[in-house]
Design a protein. Structure first.
Length: 511
């Protein structure tokens, strides 16, 4: 860890922050940019739309699995060197994604891309914290947090525009210049300031167990709804494997001398509670964003580009307020910022439960605009709480563990949100169909009017079915936002279980 004098001698913190922000933006962008492009990708590659979900989840799972390896690799090869290698390989994987000629090839390239992204995120945090004096880390983390939350917003907008105006391959090709500049620039700035190297044994058993339970759990969540959950022998077998492997993983990691995931960090009060709040809230944030994108395109008739426009306003206040939040972290309790963020998130989600199928663009965009206030106060305060009391030599491990949980919850949150959305749609469709048939003679009148206008019976049935599907989907979407709003309100007390001091790493860990 650099001394105060080292910080004073380092003349390029702004350039370093810019380069790291570019890399962060590129990495997080690729988590969401494919969302609005899935119909185009699956159509072009001759795959079913349901199979296209693997383009997203394969990236997220690979990302989550490799994050815990970051501490071991950075100790062995140095943080700056590992970041450069990971960024270069991520850029190469982006090229492979754009050149893919089939869905299996694309998914394989996305796995490589996600694996490299898993190394990049904790290294980005560690390099920011390690190259800023403590009094300026709040601002650095605010800039980092802003890119983390703005990139998923820009992703659908940029992905939609590219898909509608060019070809989907360019959602990956745009990474090439950004990746090259970020990798080369960071290495030039930090190659003479490399972190000390030390060799630690690799926890191969822990790594194997991690791959098994995370991978099986993701498949279970992705395929569970399609296969009717525990009524399927395949899903039941996956559930048993997840429970057994996760239990073994916990026992092994708590007893191994060099664990792949440092569970001892959860003995630190601030780390445990902030990591829990950050991870679950990020899962809610990412899951609702995917649901919104799918709802706009599949039910509201939006193109990929216009779906991006509807989601983009969230970035306005996020960009404007992030620097003020960063400066405010020097004097204001970060728990207050995080609580405000969760309350505003919840307000926006409850607001969306009032949407109808007649919602216009402004109605959809307004809660997105307000949500930007929450976004600006979300990441930096919780990360500030997270690192409080963590010894400098454990900072990379702490960043890796925190990002592992966040990424994993983002992936699982997306799958759970889609599963809940699908199940609630089926339930509402059944209820509405019964209601129409028995209790709503006006539907018969409407059908008679369509028939009297000369519409054939099969077309009348198709129109009524489309209306029924739209209403059921709208009710299901409202249900998802209601559940997510309640979850965020429930997480607020968790934030206040953390105790000062915050954001000031010290040689001796607190609690």
């Amino acid at each position: 860890m650099a001394s105060t004098a080292d910080y004073a001698e380092h003349k390029t913190p702004v350039l370093l922050t810019l380069l790291l922000a570019m890399a962060t933006f590129m990495q997080v962008l690729d988590l969401t940019i494919a969302n609005v492009s899935l119909p185009a990708i699956t159509g072009d590659l001759g795959a079913a739309t349901s199979q296209g979900a693997w383009v997203i989840t394969s990236y997220a799972v690979a990302n989550a699995i490799t994050v815990p390896l970051t501490g071991w690799l950075s100790d062995r090869y140095g943080q700056a060197r590992m970041f450069t290698i990971a960024t270069a390989m991520f850029t190469f994987a982006s090229l492979l994604c754009g050149l893919s000629w089939s869905l299996p090839v694309l998914i394989s390239a996305r796995v490589l891309q996600g694996a490299m992204a898993g190394f990049m995120v904790p290294l980005l945090q560690a390099l920011l914290i390690g190259n800023y004096p403590p009094e300026k880390r709040g601002m650095a983390l605010a800039i980092w947090g802003m890119t983390v939350v703005v990139a998923p917003i820009v992703g659908p907008l940029l992905g939609g525009w590219i898909t509608d105006n060019a070809r989907w391959e360019w959602i990956f090709f745009i990474n090439l210049p950004i990746g090259v500049i970020a990798a080369f620039g960071v290495w030039q700035l930090l190659k003479d300031r490399e972190t000390p190297l030390r060799r630690r044994p690799l926890d191969r058993v822990g790594m194997a167990l991690l791959v098994i339970w995370v991978g099986c759990l993701q498949v279970l969540l992705d395929k569970g709804n399609e296969l009717d959950w525990l009524n399927s022998n395949f899903i039941t077998a996956l559930a048993v494997i997840v429970v057994v492997s996760f239990s073994l993983f916990l026992v092994w990691e708590l007893t191994d001398a060099h664990p792949i995931v440092d569970l001892e960090l959860f003995r630190h009060r601030n780390f445990g509670f902030s990591a829990l709040a950050l991870s679950l809230a990020y899962g809610v944030f990412l899951g609702t964003m995917v649901i919104q994108s799918l709802w706009l395109q599949t039910q509201m008739g939006y193109t990929a580009q216009w779906a991006g426009y509807a989601l983009a306003p969230v970035g306005i206040f996020a960009v404007i307020l992030a620097p003020f939040v960063g400066r405010g972290l020097r004097n204001i309790d970060p728990r207050r910022f995080a609580t405000t963020a969760f309350i505003v998130f919840a307000i926006c989600f409850f607001w969306r439960t009032q949407f109808t199928t007649g919602a216009d663009f402004v109605t959809i965009a307004l809660p997105q605009l307000l949500q930007g206030v929450a976004v600006s106060m979300f990441f930096a305060p919780l990360v500030s709480i997270n690192v409080g009391g963590i010894a400098p030599e454990r900072m990379a491990s702490a960043a890796g563990t925190q990002n592992f949980l966040r990424t994993m919850c983002g992936s699982f949150g997306t799958s759970l949100a889609i599963a809940l959305w699908t199940r609630r749609e089926s339930l509402h469709r059944t209820q509405l169909a019964d209601h129409i048939n028995v209790y709503a003679p006006q539907s018969t009148l409407y059908a008679d009017r369509l028939g009297a206008a000369g519409m054939p019976p099969d077309q009348v049935h198709a129109v009524l079915d489309r209306i029924l599907s739209g209403q059921a989907n709208m009710l299901a979407t409202n249900d998802v936002f209601w559940v997510c709003g309640c979850l965020l309100i429930a997480l607020i007390p968790v934030i206040w279980l953390a105790k000062p001091p915050f954001g000031r790493p010290s040689p001796v860990a607190a609690d």
